[in-house]
Design a binder for this molecule. Structure first.
Ligand code: DX5
Ligand code: ZN
Length: 221
């Protein structure tokens, strides 16, 4: 199999929190390109994970880019705390339940010198992110309904990945196309074939017996 040209971003949600520092170092040594941090508020999604203090802690443990995914309401209010904590990319949701001025939040993130990402749930149509694509550093296409790790990948989301790729090519844009949820060796390949270049993976890396091997297999090398 040829090598998949993608950025691998392990999601810390699936790590063993009782040894967070060790997990971060292990996955870095195993060849991770970025770290993906899932922030959940028990309101926008039906789960609560961790906040800026943990992001700041992870910042001290690694040089890897921190890819912060805000599954929260009022990301405009909380983004400054994640900027302060050392995020390299902050991704916010486009759905009305996130209750913010999407364009304004993206602009604020960028003005702070951070990369700005936008994401959409499986039920949200591609057209809802289209007005913002020209201003993005990253578009995240959710391949599960957000809230929990370990869910089954939804192949029908490839239509949106493909649409993003076509928009990007048609408009000479440079944003990353990221996928998140149910990513493993097989689904990673499918996503890259449709145009994704950043692969978030929690369970398939942190619940494997050898992180290096899991990442290597995902790259197809
Ligand atoms: C889902 C999160 C994901 C999750 C992925 O709400 O946004 O980042 O951790 O986990 P896996 O890879 O286990 O589907
Ligand atoms: Zn995520």
């Amino acid at each position: 199999m040829s090598r998949i040209p993608a950025i691998i971003a392990p999601s810390l949600l699936a790590a063993d929190f009782s040894k967070l520092a060790e997990e971060v170092r292990s996955v870095e040594q195993a060849g991770a390109d970025w770290l993906h941090l899932d922030i959940m508020d028990g309101h926008f999604v039906d789960n609560i994970s961790f906040g800026p203090a943990i992001v700041a802690t992870v910042r001290k443990l690694t040089e890897l880019p921190l890819d912060v995914h805000l599954m929260i309401a009022r990301p405009d209010h909380y983004a400054p705390r994640f900027l302060e904590a050392g995020a390299n990319t902050i991704t916010v949701h486009v759905e009305p339940e996130a209750a913010h001025d999407v364009g304004g939040t993206l602009q604020m993130i960028r003005a702070a010198g951070c990369r700005a990402g936008l994401t959409l749930n499986p039920a949200t149509p591609f057209s809802s992110v289209e007005p913002y694509l020209g201003t993005l550093d990253l578009l995240l296409v959710m391949t599960v309904h957000p809230g929990f790790g370990g869910q089954a990948f939804r192949p029908e989301m490839m239509e949106k990945v493909q649409a993003a790729k076509e928009w990007k090519e048609g408009n000479g844009a440079r944003f990353d196309i990221e996928v998140d949820g149910g990513i493993n060796v097989e689904t990673a390949k499918l996503c890259v074939e449709h145009g994704a270049n950043v692969l978030v993976a929690g369970t398939s890396i942190f619940r494997s017996s050898d992180y290096g091997d899991a990442i290597k297999q995902m790259r197809g090398s």
